[in-house]
Design a protein around this ligand. Structure first.
Ligand code: C5P
Length: 416
């Protein structure tokens, strides 16, 4: 980040105070920061606070003739490597989407040819409003990058999506856009593809099936792939519900996360999240659970070395979702993790479970796919089998969601 020049635009939201922390972190990493506050932004935090932290003048008004003569809006943009809008309020995003330029912040945003990263912050209803979602789709198509928002408690007392991403997440997104090494992988959209208006339902992680109060049956799934898919879908503007088994990963930004332990809970959460346009079952659901969960810790046998654990089959969530009916998502995608006869097993799984596509991957221990950061998949569709190269799980997710967006765009006219 050393020597990089960030132009920070601070909109009028309560999250503006977090942008002071963002400035501090950027400066610590060696970046220079200039701040522009909208009129609303200056109501929440003072220009003096930004001037003190940035060690630069903080700008507020387009019509300050002295400023405009010394350093105008064009120069502010020219002298930046990246423009960051944080908080990006619903009103500011609407102005950006429509090319309004009635103050210094929006004039710079219209005049700039530098990459722009926006960190939205607003009430959940404003975020979900059709107008905001339309504006987001327009801005994504214009190549604006986004980080967040997060789900959580809001200043207004409501709960939901709309909290501004935390400064470390914004910093990681900035680092990635600036091509700084060691940036956290993030999908930056700008291809013109969009899943705006689509509800994408994703399962991720393992499930844990209790045997007794202290023991359970599980598997080695880390949830990395499912979570990467959720980030990729959100980056394309989808409304995303991620139903996740126990994982150690942090919740992806801009995604509704439902946490579960068992296959039964996962199944109930998935059905409760319907209707969905697209379902991707990436979870490694335990096929079996203990037939009788013991209410007390099982004791070692007094005689002999063997004990018998009776198992019973869990519900198959993918099969349930893919059943024809009014609630079936238009595109249902399953995963097939196999250690032998990969393609044949995956093809028969597609037919047996009724999925539209199957993502087949070899999880033989040597491949490192289970729990690792890389994956090599074969995409099985009604048209045939595609062999994909080895990719990071984030890259694979971005590619798969791009395919999903294309396929869904082709399906959509029939639905309307
Ligand atoms: O049969 P198998 O477990 O190999 O199938 C894998 C696919 O089925 C994955 O997409 C997984 O998420 C899904 N699945 C499920 N519910 C189960 C078992 C598997 O949704 N009980």
């Amino acid at each position: 980040m050393q020597g990089k020049r960030i132009l920070l635009i601070v909109g009028g939201g309560i999250a503006a105070y977090k942008s002071l922390d963002l400035v501090r972190r950027l400066k610590e990493q060696g970046a220079t920061v200039r701040a522009i506050l909208t009129k609303g932004g200056a109501e929440f935090v003072t220009p003096l606070s930004f001037a003190t932290l940035t060690e630069e003048k903080a700008f507020t008004d387009l019509f300050d003739l002295k400023d405009e003569a010394e350093i105008g809006h064009i120069r502010l943009s020219r002298e930046a490597d990246l423009v960051v809008v944080a908080p990006a309020t619903a009103g500011l995003l609407a102005k950006m989407a429509h090319g309004l330029a009635d103050d210094l912040a929006t004039a710079v945003l219209l005049a700039t040819d530098k990459p722009v990263l926006a960190a939205p912050a607003m009430n959940v209803r404003m975020w979900e409003h059709a107008a905001t979602q339309r504006n987001l789709a327009t801005l994504r198509a214009d190549g604006i990058h986004f980080v967040g928002p997060d789900e959580g408690e809001m200043a207004c007392g409501e709960y939901g999506l709309g909290r501004m991403a935390e400064p470390p997440a914004i910093l990681a997104a900035i680092a990635e856009l600036l091509g700084t090494p060691k940036a956290t992988p993030r999908i930056v959209s700008g291809s013109g593809r969009s899943l705006a208006g689509c509800h994408v339902l994703i399962t991720s992680g393992p499930t844990q099936e209790p045997i007794d109060p202290v023991r359970y049956i599980a598997n080695r799934s880390s949830g990395k792939q499912g979570h990467a898919l959720a980030r990729a879908a959100a980056a394309l503007g989808a409304k995303v519900t991620l139903v996740s088994g126990p994982v150690t990963l942090s919740d992806p930004s801009g995604v509704r996360v439902v946490k579960v332990d068992t296959a039964h809970e996962m199944s109930a959460a998935v059905l409760a999240a319907l209707p969905a346009d697209i379902a991707i079952c990436a979870a490694a659901v335990a096929d079996w659970r203990a037939a009788d969960e013991a209410s007390h810790k099982l004791k070692k046998p007094h005689e002999g070395n063997e004990a018998t654990l009776k198992l019973t089959l869990n519900p198959d969530i993918l099969t349930t979702l893919a059943k024809p009916g009014p609630k079936r998502p238009r595109l249902v995608i399953g995963f097939a993790a196999e250690t032998e006869n990969l393609i044949e097993n995956a093809k028969s799984k597609r037919a047996r479970k009724g999925a539209d596509w199957i993502v087949a991957n070899d999880v033989w221990p040597g491949t490192g796919a289970m729990g690792g950061d890389e994956t090599q998949i074969h995409l099985i569709t009604p048209q045939g089998v595609e062999d994909w190269p080895a990719l990071s799980k984030d890259e694979m997710a971005a590619r798969l969601l791009a395919r999903v967006a294309d396929a869904f765009a082709a399906l959509r006219p029939a639905a309307e």
